[in-house]
Ligand binder design. Structure first.
Ligand SMILES: Nc1nc2c(c(=O)[nH]1)N[C@H]1C(S)=C(S)[C@@H](COP(=O)(O)OP(=O)(O)OC[C@H]3O[C@@H](n4cnc5c(=O)[nH]c(N)nc54)[C@H](O)[C@@H]3O)O[C@H]1N2
Ligand SMILES: Nc1nc2c(c(=O)[nH]1)N[C@H]1C(S)=C(S)[C@@H](COP(=O)(O)OP(=O)(O)OC[C@H]3O[C@@H](n4cnc5c(=O)[nH]c(N)nc54)[C@H](O)[C@@H]3O)O[C@H]1N2
Ligand code: SF4
Ligand SMILES: [Mo]
Length: 737
């Protein structure tokens, strides 16, 4: 009998916990939190334990599938790639390059092979129809931060280990484990903050799991964050509480902000926000007068029509209270590899731009190189030049995760050709003509390309595969093959040779005359691992290919089981900035202009009943409901309704009700809960596993209902293109038990 224990970073959510995985005789025996991990110190959640179920899940695809006569049948890799070339290449020849769309989803962010090679496929296709889950999620925050600080990934993070006050707005880290902020064991860190006399304050339409451990909780009307935040900025300025602190010389635009929020007094917004003016002023006072304080906002503030404005005002408040870039406030991580805000000369840059092209049907602007995923269905359905006729997806399930999934499903069924890189035959991939499954996460190596830029502590961590890879291509090789096919090559092209050639070109571009010396240091490496080696060595902690012998190399990072701790976050202004002015641009014109829309909306009546979403520790968006350890327990896809709403609507606990919206209608199980704000109902997303043609046998036994069947694909934040997933008007009628 052989037994070995491996350290592995959990690839399932942004907390990036360190796991200890025991393998006995080639099988996963146990998954535990790794107490030696310097970042998570042994913390894990139930999803990590389910990695064992995921690896063993009989429904997880291990062989490519081709759809023949409506049925998905197993084929060889050669057959699958040949089929793709046979069908994709003529379609490309006949139509414009925009006729092939690509869509990527959330797990991509956790797989550096997908992350580093997906852009090559998009580039090879030359399509502007690039879609991702970012437009269902964080793109407003990235846009706001990009405009203020000059790069999409320059996002302030609460310095939780030194803060004395943390205000959490529209996030529920006790269930989600944190987002756009890698903070394993949030609960433990929040307890430590409280133990040293600090306070945790939660603002949310639901008294969440996080609110339950907080020192104070305030309910807010969904979608009203922009008004609350503008009134807080207004209060700061009116009371003379503004202090810019250490970054004073690096901030511009305070006067413009003052003008933009002038009309949003606490009294003017109180009714709409659902808080008293007194509470708004008190919150502002506490943020302004606590020496080390941070305001953190997440998805609740993004997935609404004023998502970019709300995300912007959050950081304006952190700046105006002197908390940006100071210990105990909000700070910037310094990632050891792949971080654009560590490249080139620091202090100023080109900044970011949007609208380099627009969606054909809606006219929505390009943001971060992509178009809103809520435009995908209409781009497929609407005839004309550049109509989308083929789609390649990677790790995304928008039939469940995007608004109006029923319309998208119909659109996908009408495509001429669809390919999915995915590990399940699910609600989305059932429409694919060819499905290409990547390896199990336990067979893949791992590096958190994004999350090192969002981490509560600087670090460099790498995980080797826990189980040996099998004969299958890795996902980066699948993507390279597709890119080659998209460029007209034969399906039997040697992808490793292509990768070598591309790598040489990249080195020429990056290192000019030193390219061959750099290349010599990467002997024996290939694919994303080789890119990582170069990025680490040329990065801010790197060994500069031998010039700084104490610096990082991939070998050093690999040797540090659990990862290298690169220390607490450090002040980075002005070096981190990449704005044209070299300043924190507090008043981007695009945002100032959008304040007129907010002002006009302030007077609008609010619907009597609205729906918001909810996350549960045992779910992960739409794709982990097929795993036995997570699927057990009480039914979770319930609609939480406040007792006064239930009484008014004659809804009873555990009974069924019909939930209607402008676009759809679903049958939900009611759960009466005083944790809800009156007038607000909460239903989780990612459910509805009862669609024909999917192969998720366990999930189908308790399918739940799809929240996104109620949401419109026409409701977006006009600046970022992010979907409106929160605060949508509904009606509810009782159906009986
Ligand atoms: N109403 C509502 N809708 C929401 C949200 C909400 O709060 N409310 N949240 C939104 C957010 S934040 C997000 S990020 C999106 C997520 O939406 P998506 O990005 O579509 O993510 P999932 O629904 O989790 O689907 C993940 C897909 O990846 C596949 N997959 C899993 N692991 C791998 C792998 O290793 N390789 C490959 N190739 N495929 C893999 C799964 O089988 C599944 O098909 O949902 C959004 N939808
Ligand atoms: N267990 C689990 N963990 C996950 C995921 C999962 O599906 N399950 N998904 C992962 C993903 S992809 C992401 S992006 C992150 C998200 O991580 P979080 O941002 O923490 O997401 P949620 O837990 O949905 O918390 C959002 C909160 O916003 C509140 N809210 C809704 N509407 C509004 C509003 O208009 N204003 C305000 N202020 N609040 C509002 C909701 O009640 C909810 O409590 O979680 C990640 N982690
Ligand atoms: S919180 Fe859970 S799912 Fe997220 S990284 Fe940690 S163990 Fe994995
Ligand atoms: Mo997300």
């Amino acid at each position: 009998m052989t037994e070995a224990s491996h350290h592995r970073i959990c690839p399932l959510c942004e907390a990036c916990c360190g796991l200890e995985i025991t393998v006995k005789d080639g099988r996963v025996a146990q998954v535990r939190g790794d107490a030696q991990d310097p970042f998570s110190l042994g913390y894990i959640c139930p999803k990590a334990v389910a990695l064992k179920d995921l690896h063993n899940d009989p429904d997880r695809l291990r062989t490519p599938l081709i759809k023949r006569n409506g049925q998905h049948v197993e084929v060889t890799w050669d057959e699958a790639f040949a089929e793709i070339a046979r069908r994709l290449q003529p379609l490309q020849a006949e139509h414009s390059r925009h006729a092939v769309a690509v869509a990527v989803g959330n797990p991509t962010a956790h797989k550096y092979g997908l992350m580093t090679y997906f852009p090559r496929l998009a580039r090879a296709l030359g399509t502007r129809n690039v879609f991702s889950a970012s437009s269902l999620d964080q793109i407003p925050k990235q846009l706001a931060c990009g405009l203020m600080f000059g790069h999409w990934m320059t996002v302030p993070l609460p310095d939780i280990s030194r803060a004395q006050l943390l205000i959490v707005l529209g996030a529920n880290p006790l269930a989600s484990n944190g987002s756009m902020w890698t903070v394993p064991d949030f609960k433990g860190k929040a307890r430590a903050l409280q133990a040293r006399g600090g306070r945790l304050v939660v603002i949310d339409p639901r008294r969440t799991e996080t609110a339950a451990v907080a020192d104070a909780y305030h309910a807010i009307r969904p979608g009203a964050d922009v008004f609350l935040l503008a009134a807080m900025v207004n209060t700061l300025l009116a009371q003379g509480w503004v202090r810019l602190g250490a970054i004073e010389d690096w901030v511009q635009g305070v006067a413009e902000v003052q003008q933009a929020v002038a009309a949003f007094t606490p009294l003017a917004v109180a009714g709409r926000v659902g808080m008293t003016a007194h509470t708004i002023v008190s919150l502002t006072r506490e943020l302004a007068h606590t020496e080390r304080a941070a305001l953190y906002a997440r998805i609740g503030t993004c997935t609404q029509s004023f998502g970019t404005l709300a995300s912007w005002l959050v950081e304006v408040l952190n700046v105006l209270t002197g908390h940006l870039d100071t210990p105990g406030g909000v700070m910037f991580a310094k990632a050891p590899a792949f971080a654009s805000n560590t490249l080139g000369k620091g202090g100023s840059g080109r900044g970011i731009s949007t609208g380099r092209h627009h969606a054909r049907v809606s006219g929505a602007p390009e943001v971060m190189g992509e178009l809103p995923i809520t435009c995908l269905a209409e781009e497929i359905e609407t005839s004309g030049t550049d109509q989308v006729r083929a789609l390649i997806t990677a790790a995304t399930n928008p039939v469940l995760s995007a608004p109006n999934g029923q319309r998208l499903a119909r659109a996908l069924a009408s495509l001429d050709f669809m390919v999915s890189i995915d590990i399940y035959l699910n609600e989305t991939t059932r429409h694919a003509d060819v499905i290409l499954p990547g390896l199990s996460p336990l067979q893949d190596d791992h590096y958190d390309l994004n999350f090192a830029q969002l981490s509560w502590r600087n670090n460099a961590r790498y995980s080797a595969p826990v189980l040996p890879p099998d004969e299958r291509p890795a996902e980066w090789q699948i993507l390279l093959k597709l890119a080659a096919i998209a460029q007209g090559q034969a399906p039997d092209v040697d992808v490793n040779a292509l990768d070598d050639a591309q790598f040489e070109q990249d080195l020429q571009r990056l290192f000019g005359p030193h390219a061959s010396a750099v290349q010599a240091t990467c002997q024996g490496l290939s694919g994303p691992q080789r890119l990582l080696e170069v990025a680490l060595r040329s990065g801010p902690y790197g060994d500069a290919f031998g010039q700084k012998p104490d610096g990082l190399t991939l070998a050093k990072v690999m040797a540090a089981n659990g990862g290298l701790d690169l220390g607490e976050l450090q002040p980075r202004i002005p070096e981190v900035l990449r704005t044209p002015s070299g300043k924190v641009e507090l008043a981007p014109p695009m945002l100032l202009a959008d304040m007129a829309r907010a002002a006009a909306d302030l007077g609008q009546p609010v619907p009597e009943l609205v729906v918001i979403g909810r996350r549960d520790l045992r779910s992960n968006n739409s794709w982990m409901h097929n795993l036995p350890t997570l699927a057990k327990g009480p039914y979770r896809c319930t609609a939480l309704v406040h007792p006064t709403d239930a009484a008014r609507l004659k809804l009873t606990d555990s009974a069924l009700a019909q939930m209607h919206s402008e676009v759809g209608s679903i049958e939900v199980q009611v759960e009466i809960s005083a944790d809800m704000m009156p007038g607000v109902v909460s239903l989780p997303h990612g459910w509805g596993h009862d669609l024909p043609g999917a192969r998720l046998s366990l999930a189908a036994q308790r399918p739940g209902v799809n929240l996104n069947a109620l949401l419109s694909d026409q409701a977006r934040d006009p600046l970022s293109g992010n979907a409106v997933l929160s605060g949508v008007a509904i009606r509810m009628t009782a159906l009986g038990a």
